[in-house]
Design a protein around this ligand. Structure first.
Ligand SMILES: Cc1cc2nc3c(=O)[nH]c(=O)nc-3n(C[C@H](O)[C@H](O)[C@H](O)COP(=O)(O)OP(=O)(O)OC[C@H]3O[C@@H](n4cnc5c(N)ncnc54)[C@H](O)[C@@H]3O)c2cc1C
Length: 453
């Protein structure tokens, strides 16, 4: 198939992270001809490219509020032994975590796309948008020195950083309202050979080492893979002695689907703009420096890590927040606390507001009441100018702090399904994205397993 010459795509999705993959699969299953492109050579975005995990969280209390395609992907992984599914969060921070095998996820996402008839285009960067008569008519892409043009009647920007939205001249915002600063970037890394039983034993004997878990002591026994957040005093001592030279106050690790392998989510690169190439390069260099510093520190000071071996820091640093669409609706913190069920809800989320401070070592959390969840409205994916472009994923239109909740990967998977389904409804009813039949959209989402409140 000559993809370059093919002008018959109904939808082009830019970015194959959790949001873009689910958008493409949803639209493909509903009969659209979909092209999904990504600058990496695989799907999964932050989860597979940045060593991020576990997926956190599909639940609000006992209720599973993220279902649909994201959950289907997990159940397919569970059936193959590539995920243990949704298990209690033994950090004590949220309800459940969902560890997975990142290589398994890359493959499963490809299988789901191929089954849905989605055309994949890897190693392809979107670089330019062309508008005609108020619509985005085509995009220019780059792969290995080949510059080529692709066109379609509808586009979804699932690039995380809103690359397409920015280049199409659609309004966006970035960072904290007060000063434009983003949450820190983090270079996650993976260690094998961590003696998890040592940490489990400490949870039984010295629960005060694990402050979030302490009020829920015993929970760890029902977690087949261990997540842990603790050893604050040891960390602070390391900072005091200069063994840790960046702002971090706690050890935060997540056992993956593979026993005794952990994701370390601890480095912090603050004050650098994730969409500025020079700052981003600086962040990669600083991230790697912190990885090696931490690796040595953990092995020397944290029980169970003595024989750990560093195996992975991912092809790129993790970006928590960058450009967000300035959409037809901006999700607010008030909406989250009000547990708002929007009339045009397309997904739901029960994760707390989790701001890794742009200023220092702290993580500022605002928890919702037990079991509370909110929804995401279609309007927060829509802009007010270009009716054939929508956002999906962590670029959803929202206040900085509201974003710090809705950005997590289960939520992005559900937002992606909502976006892809919305385009399918637009195509089938011959409307643009500004006049979508909301009852039909919501009915279709529910028929396809989504939970929207
Ligand atoms: C350090 C860190 C830790 C995190 N920890 C967790 C956690 O434990 N649990 C959890 O659930 N969530 C976690 N998150 C959040 C979560 O992983 C992400 O917010 C979510 O996965 C984002 O999904 P997305 O699809 O919107 O975007 P992304 O995953 O960012 O995907 C965007 C995709 O677009 C592609 N792309 C970008 N620009 C272009 C372009 N111009 N052309 C072509 N392709 C492009 C990228 O290659 C990528 O594949 C973490 C995030 C970070 C950074």
């Amino acid at each position: 198939m000559d993809i370059y010459a093919d002008t018959s795509f109904d939808l082009i999705v830019v970015g194959g992270g959790m949001a873009g993959s689910m958008a493409a699969i949803a639209a493909g299953r509903l009969g659209l001809k979909v092209l999904l492109l990504d600058e990496e050579g695989y799907l999964g975005g932050t989860l597979t490219a940045c060593g991020t995990g576990p997926m956190m969280t599909f639940h609000a209390g006992e209720k599973q509020v993220v279902r649909g395609l994201g959950d289907e992907m997990i159940q397919r992984l569970v059936a193959k032994g590539l995920s243990v599914g949704h298990i209690p969060d033994s950090t004590g921070y949220t309800y459940t975590v969902t560890p997975f095998d990142a290589e398994g996820m890359k493959h499963e996402l490809e299988l789901m796309c191929i089954e849905a008839g989605v055309t994949l285009l890897f190693h392809t960067s979107f670089v330019k948008a062309t508008l005609r008569d108020g619509l985005l008519s085509s995009i220019e892409c780059l792969c290995a020195g080949n510059l080529f043009t692709l066109s379609a009647p509808f586009f979804i920007d699932a690039s995380g950083d809103s690359d397409l939205i920015a280049m199409a001249g659609i309004p966006y915002e970035q960072g904290r309202e007060s000063d434009g600063r983003d949450q820190p970037m983090t270079m996650n890394f993976k260690l094998v050979g961590v003696d998890i039983q040592v940490i489990r034993n400490l949870m039984d004997t010295d629960i005060e080492l694990f402050p979030f878990l302490a009020p829920k002591a015993g929970l760890q026994h029902s977690a087949s893979r261990l997540s842990f957040s603790g050893f604050q005093e040891i960390m602070m001592e390391g900072v005091k002695k200069g063994e840790i030279t960046f702002d971090r106050d706690i050890v935060l690790c997540f056992e993956t689907n593979a026993k005794n392998e952990v994701i370390v989510n601890m480095t912090r690169i603050n004050g650098k703009n994730p969409v500025d190439p020079i700052a981003l390069t600086g962040a990669e260099l600083e991230g790697r420096r912190q990885v090696w510093e931490l690796y040595s520190f953990l092995k020397t000071h944290i029980p169970g890590f003595e024989n750990a071996r560093l195996t992975y820091s991912g092809p790129r640093i993790g970006i928590r927040s960058s450009r967000r669409l300035k959409g037809a609706y901006r999700v607010t913190v008030k909406d989250l606390f009000a547990q708002t069920i929007f009339e045009d809800a397309i997904s739901a989320c029960g994760y707390p507001i989790d701001v890794h401070s742009p200023d220092g070592e702290a993580t500022d959390t605002q928890f919702f009441p037990y079991g509370a969840f909110y929804t995401i409205p279609l309007r927060s994916l829509l802009n007010t100018q270009v009716p054939n472009v929508m956002a999906a994923g962590r670029n959803t239109s929202s206040e900085f702090e509201a974003h710090a909740s809705l950005r997590v990967s289960p939520s992005c998977s559900a937002i992606g399904q909502g976006a892809g389904t919305a385009v399918a409804i637009a195509v089938k009813t011959g409307k643009d994205l500004f006049s979508i039949d909301i009852p039909l959209l919501q009915r279709t989402l529910r028929e396809n397993g989504a939970f929207i409140g």
